[in-house]
Design a protein around this ligand. Structure first.
Ligand SMILES: [Zn+2]
Length: 70
């Protein structure tokens, strides 16, 4: 994976894709806890994680650091 050389601090930002409307929104990934659900800013639906503990693992572009398993 490429690491951004622009100096922007993006390590804890994940992009969630809403399964209802496909809207992508950026959200901060907490390092100590999982995010079991989030509200889509477009369709206002509460999106719950189904396959895993965390919406970032289910709908994000990267898994959350908490649920990381080898
Ligand atoms: Zn949505």
């Amino acid at each position: 994976m490429l690491r951004g050389a622009s100096g922007m601090k993006r390590d804890n930002i994940g992009i969630l894709t809403c399964p209802e409307c496909g809207h992508k929104q950026e959200m901060e990934i907490p390092t100590k806890s999982c995010v079991p659900f989030y509200e889509c800013s477009t369709c206002r639906k509460l999106i719950h994680a189904k396959k895993s503990c965390c919406v970032f693992c289910d709908y994000g572009d990267r898994p959350c650091p908490v649920g990381k398993k080898i």
